[in-house]
Design a protein around this ligand. Structure first.
Ligand code: LHQ
Length: 264
């Protein structure tokens, strides 16, 4: 993995790669460079067999404040590009996260607003600190949720709450986000780093190939019907049965010892 990014910090600890968005003076608002770098980092980590879990987080007091409005306003006023064209860059990031054959976790402390919030929702799981503030900020400036928000929000929290978050654009706190299923876990800020680390390390020591198959099963199922999903389940289980980690799991059980998954 390259580590010489302008707007990212990269750290690998065993199988866990932590990618930290690093524009703290702008609350990690996305400019073109940070978006391009984050996408490249996730795409590269997705291919790197030494990386078995990716954590996306933010430096300073925020996860992210959405699109950098200072740089974008100048561009839209000059009519140099349509917003939808710009959004395709975010879509590449969304697909990189969803298609990565390994778990991708968002670790959120402080504010996660606008498209930063929705990038967190694109991840497979989310851990929040109790100071987290989730804001679908778009309607505050007369916009619709983008970056996949219209897809992820109703699937995570249901139609009614998705509407409320999108229309009123009020803040949802970390504890409330846990209560409504927007995040998997909310912990006190003092425990945020250690909890994220333990969660990610546990995933990085899991049966990585099988996790990729689980991602495929779960994500395809929400856009599919029962017969199709059951067919897919069979296909994926055939593949899972062939993995080294499946054999290791059964052997460890029979030998009454902890598993040692290699991710193969
Ligand atoms: C910022 C930003 C920011 C620049 C804080 N940009 N500087 C996609 C594609 C195309 C077009 C448009 O949109 C999109 C999707 C989107 O993401 S739309 C939503 C964009 N984001 C927002 O509307 C949120 C704007 N920010 C805020 O409402 C507040 O800053 C929040 C609620 C995030 C945080 O509030 P505070 O904790 O009170 O912090 P602050 O407002 O004092 O911000 C600290 C600094 O960060 C400040 O700079 P300064 O020089 O005054 O210290 C802000 O100007 C800067 N900043 N967000 N998105």
């Amino acid at each position: 993995m390259r580590t010489d990014y302008q707007c990212l910090l990269i750290e690998q600890d065993g199988g866990v790669l932590t990618v930290t968005m690093n524009r703290p003076e702008k609350l990690n608002a996305f400019n073109d460079t940070m978006l391009e770098e984050l996408t490249e980092a996730v795409e590269t980590a997705a291919q790197d067999e030494t990386v078995r879990c990716i954590v996306i987080t933010g430096a300073g007091r925020a996860f992210g404040s959405g699109q950098d409005l200072t740089s974008f306003a100048a561009r839209t006023e000059a009519h140099t590009m349509k917003v939808s064209e710009h959004l395709t860059n975010y879509h590449r990031l969304v697909f990189a996260i969803r298609n990565a054959p390994k778990p991708v976790i968002a670790a959120i402390q402080g504010v996660a607003a606008g498209i930063s919030c929705n990038i967190a929702l694109a991840c497979d799981m989310r851990i929040a600190a109790d100071n987290a503030r989730f804001i679908e900020a778009f309607a505050r400036i007369g916009l619709v949720p983008d970056g996949g928000g219209g897809f992820f929000l109703p699937r995570l929290v249901g139609m009614g709450r998705a509407m409320e978050m999108s229309m009123l654009a009020d803040e949802v706190s970390g504890p409330e986000a846990e209560r409504i299923g927007l995040v998997n876990k909310c912990v006190p800020l003092a425990e945020f780093e250690s909890t994220t680390k333990a969660f990610a390390q546990r995933l990085a020591k899991g049966p990585t190939r099988t996790y990729a198959l689980i991602k495929e099963l779960i994500y395809k199922s929400v856009e599919s019907d029962l017969p199709t999903t059951l067919r897919l389940e069979g296909e994926l289980q055939d593949k899972a049965f062939e993995t080294v980690d499946h054999r290791e799991g059964v052997t460890a059980f029979l030998q009454k010892r902890p598993t040692q998954y290699t991710g193969h």
